[in-house]
Design a protein around this ligand. Structure first.
Ligand code: ANZ
Length: 843
């Protein structure tokens, strides 16, 4: 439509927002209730892309809606600006990672401004600024003081060719993802955060997020923590002073244990082998080398042949004194439970596979054919049942199918006849009484390895003294800044590039003044993002990481939105650090994000957009072609927030047409702001007040696309009223157009401001309180009319409460059921009492 110039409008309002700063969060004197809206902060990887366009649109919609509803809203933005891509780009170009990072940040900032996102720009933070990472260092030292940051030696994936540590994800089929070299495990001393101390709380507190977080995310977190409940059981070892403890979820099957298996790469296995024969030692050593080339995932996969070595050592079963041969086998992992298992082949599939491969005995101790409920015995659902013709052939040694279901205990002394649950309780009690066992839990969760041998991250604020102590960098020396990258070799070589910065590395022991070395490692960037939401509360505070008084006012976050790729690690770490801050007395809450939404992806032609596929839809090109508002409306209208949106279905031109229509009606209104709405056309007023009644709830339910649809209907209704109904001077036309502008602000803020101005106001529409619906205008307009033939109800129809009698009679005669019921008979008389009843007579 002529006249609507999205680019001119957009430039004008962006400038005014920049000058007048209307979206700054209210200060301490502001008494309105508060809302904290946050979208996961971006990594400055380049220009903004469609994923950003979607994510920050959604947070902006919510922030704007809450402002309209009278809240003091905090909607900040910052950058997660440490990390590998900057370092890799720098290595490639021989540049400083800083240059790449801050250039990208500048570009993204500009992108957000041109997109019209209502951020509070006074609170911008970058995690790579010393003013920010100084507080990572503070956090680290606080954790260290509390014993939550510690060093330990543990096996990591090591590529002997690239001389670097690899993440589990970088190891493919046991080989280095980059060079194909066989990856080995190497023991390195690294810094860890003791997240396992918080495993129970991280798991149990998920219950309070039920209904406010996506169920899928809660489930992923639960699985990641992976709590198993069972017992620890101590076994005497022949020829060894110390006992060996195993963790079992099925202590009830203890009488069915026929051998013991230890993880080949555990200290225990090495010790047991060391005290065995030379031949055993040699076989064990060969086996260990083969095992170290495998990943944990490969080791746990069930469909590969079982391998292992007999260590020629024996354990004693505490309940019956039986001698159990001890094997080392790779299906047992060194870092789960105690790295050793009691093998019960009759009732555990992995143990059974192993027993059959090495001809070890199988003893059934649960009669699964005598189930307590009388139901069919439960057999491992994944097992191959082909051999299982009759119930007699259920012997696992012959079928190869372990009996994992419930039943009655047999061959188990005092446990005989008990169900699984009762047997577990009984045996746990008995073991505890005899001092050979106790109830216990195991977790899949591991402590958080936070050291990285990389440059572009937070330096670990610790000093290694000449006498081998590790002491914190004194407070007055923080932030411990990164040195200049120029002249440093950033290429990965297994040790941190900072180690090569000689001046930087040498320091003094703060206690003695003697020379000492800095810690050359940097922190995992997930540390940066684990508490950034707190820093937004007072990002310029140079005296503390955040202001506890501000935390009381604003935190926790009321609405958090981001991609499902962060479902586990980022959210788990943020939850962990929040609980640590709670325990330290800095915050009064234990969960950082009270509600969470995962938006879908923007895809193209059914698949993910990517540079390599050449199917990228570029943010800045779309912005240039259609303007920010059309892009925003098109994305919001494309479908439910959580669904993936196929760009092929996103209509920016349709959105632009709609916006031009909306803009036009605002210019067509001829009445003044002081008209009396009550004098306006009722039908149109009903449309307006239905908007006021429904929109807040729809926004709360994040049904943004439905709100856009309602706005489109409203614009059509207003157009019709102007052209063929009440006319442009009718108060209802103004009332409706104002409502459209106030709600359209969520999606198309520039157009909405322009409309508001055209309607004669000079205050920002983005700050105008929404109106309340008038209940009398919400009363249902339609009624149900009853149609009778010869005194009998034959049909009902929905009609307008203001239907006139002739129209009602016409509708009743045309009704299908009535036509059928009449079966050709003639109506002799019609009595119409509009709008409720029509009575036909046929004689
Ligand atoms: C005896 C037993 C009998 C077991 C039975 C299971 C069934 P989740 O549920 O994953 O926690 N296990 C213990 N430590 C292990 C390790 N380091 N590596 C591999 N397996 C290990 O599994 C717990 C069960 O896995 C434990 O219970 C143990 O086998 C095994 F009919 O003990 B069970």
């Amino acid at each position: 439509e002529g006249g609507y110039d999205p680019h001119a409008i957009q430039g004008k309002w962006q400038e005014r927002w920049e000058q007048e700063d209307p979206f700054r969060a209210g200060g301490d004197e502001d008494t309105r209730p508060r809302k904290y809206v946050l979208a996961m902060f971006p990594y400055p990887s380049g220009d903004l892309h469609m994923g950003h366009a979607e994510n920050y649109l959604y947070s902006d919609i919510v922030a704007r809606a809450w402002r309209h509803r009278g809240y003091n809203v905090l909607h900040p933005i910052g950058w997660d600006s440490f990390g590998l891509p900057a370092e890799n780009a720098a290595i490639k170009r021989g540049a400083d990672p800083r240059e790449w990072t801050y250039a990208n940040i500048a570009q993204q900032k500009e992108g957000f401004r041109s997109y019209g996102v209502s951020f509070d720009w006074n609170r911008v933070l970058h995690t790579s600024d010393p003013e920010y990472y100084r507080w990572n260092q503070w956090l680290f030292q606080k954790m260290h003081e509390r014993g939550l940051a510690y060093r330990k030696e543990s096996p990591v994936n090591w590529c002997p060719n690239d001389q670097t540590v690899l993440a589990n994800e970088q190891v493919v089929d046991g080989q280095c993802e980059r060079c194909g070299a066989v990856v080995v495990k190497k023991k390195l001393t690294q810094w860890y955060f003791r997240i396992t101390d918080y495993a129970d709380r991280l798991l149990d507190d998920l219950n309070q997020l039920e209904g406010s977080w996506p169920h899928k995310v809660l489930q992923m977190q639960r699985n990641w923590i992976g709590r198993s409940v069972g017992a620890d059981i101590d076994f005497e070892i022949e020829g060894r002073a110390e006992k060996v403890t195993v963790f079992s979820t099925r202590p009830d099957t203890l009488h069915g244990a026929t051998f013991m298996v230890v993880a080949p790469d555990s200290d225990l296995a090495a010790e047991l082998a060391a005290d065995s024969s030379a031949e055993v030692r040699e076989r064990f050593q060969d086996y260990l080398e083969a095992v170290q080339k495998q990943t944990d995932i490969e080791r746990q996969s069930t469909d590969r042949p079982k391998t292992g070595v007999f260590l020629d050592r024996f354990a004693i079963n505490p309940v019956n004194g039986e001698r159990l041969p001890i094997w080392a086998a790779d299906y047992v992992l060194a870092d789960y439970g105690h790295g050793a298992v009691m093998a019960v082949p009759a009732h555990d599939q992995r143990d059974l596979d192993f027993a059959r491969a090495f001809d070890l005995p199988v003893r059934v101790v649960v009669d699964t054919t005598a189930p307590l409920t009388g139901a069919i015995p439960v057999i491992d659902p994944d097992a191959n049942l082909e051999d299982l013709d009759t119930i007699e052939s259920i012997d696992p040694a012959t079928t190869g199918v372990a009996l994992v279901g419930d039943g009655r205990m047999i061959n188990s002394g005092s446990l005989d006849g008990l169900s699984k649950r009762n047997a577990i309780a009984r045996i746990t009690e008995e073991l505890a009484a005899s001092g050979t066992g106790r109830a216990s839990k195991s977790y899949r969760l591991r402590d958080w390895l936070i050291s990285r041998q990389r440059f572009w991250g937070t330096p670990i604020p610790m000093i290694h003294t000449a006498d081998g102590e590790i002491v914190p960098v004194p407070d007055d020396q923080l932030p411990l800044r990164l040195p200049d990258a120029h002249g440093l070799d950033l290429a990965p070589k297994g040790t941190s590039p900072l180690g090569g910065a000689d001046d930087w590395m040498s320091t003094v022991d703060p206690r003695t003044g003697e020379s000492a070395r800095r810690d050359p490692d940097t922190m995992d960037t997930f540390v940066d993002s684990s508490w950034y939401y707190m820093r937004f509360l007072a990002p310029q505070d140079a005296t503390q990481p955040f202001d506890p008084a501000q935390a009381l006012r604003w935190a926790p976050v009321d609405f958090y939105i981001g991609g499902v790729e962060h479902a586990i690690l980022h959210l788990l770490y943020a939850r962990f650090i929040t609980k640590v801050l709670f325990d330290m007395g800095y915050v009064d809450f234990t969960e950082p994000f009270t509600s969470l939404i995962n938006q879908g992806m923007v895809i193209l032609g059914g698949s993910k957009m990517s540079k390599s596929k050449g199917n990228l839809v570029l943010f800045h090109e779309e912005l240039a072609a259609h303007g920010a508002d059309a892009l925003r409306v098109a994305l919001a209208f494309a479908g439910p927030v959580e669904d993936d949106k196929d760009w092929a279905d996103v209509s920016t031109t349709g959105a632009q047409k709609f916006l031009a229509r909306a803009w036009r009606i605002a210019h067509d209104v001829t009445s003044d702001p002081d008209v009396v709405w009550a004098e306006g056309d009722t039908a149109l007023r009903r449309v307006t007040h239905r908007l006021w009644a429904e929109v807040p709830g729809l926004i709360e339910q994040t049904k943004f696309n439905v709100v856009v649809a309602r706005l489109m209907e409203a614009v059509n209704a207003i157009r019709k009223a102007i052209d063929t109904g009440a006319g442009p001077a009718d108060p209802a036309v103004r009332e409706a157009t104002e409502a459209v502008a106030m709600i359209l602000d969520l999606f198309a803020p520039h157009t909405a401001e322009e409309m508001w101005e055209a309607l004669g106001y000079d205050r920002f529409v983005g700050l105008v309180p929404w109106r309340q619906p008038d209940a009398t205008l919400l009363v249902e307009e339609n009624v149900t009319a009853v149609i009778q033939i010869d005194g009998k109800v034959r049909s009902t129809i929905e009609v307008s409460a203001r239907v006139d009698p002739a129209e009602l009679e016409r509708a009743a005669r045309a009704d299908e059921k009535i036509v059928r019921a009449l079966a050709g008979r003639e109506i002799t008389r019609a009595i119409v009492r509009a709008p409720k009843v029509v009575s036909f007579s046929t004689h």
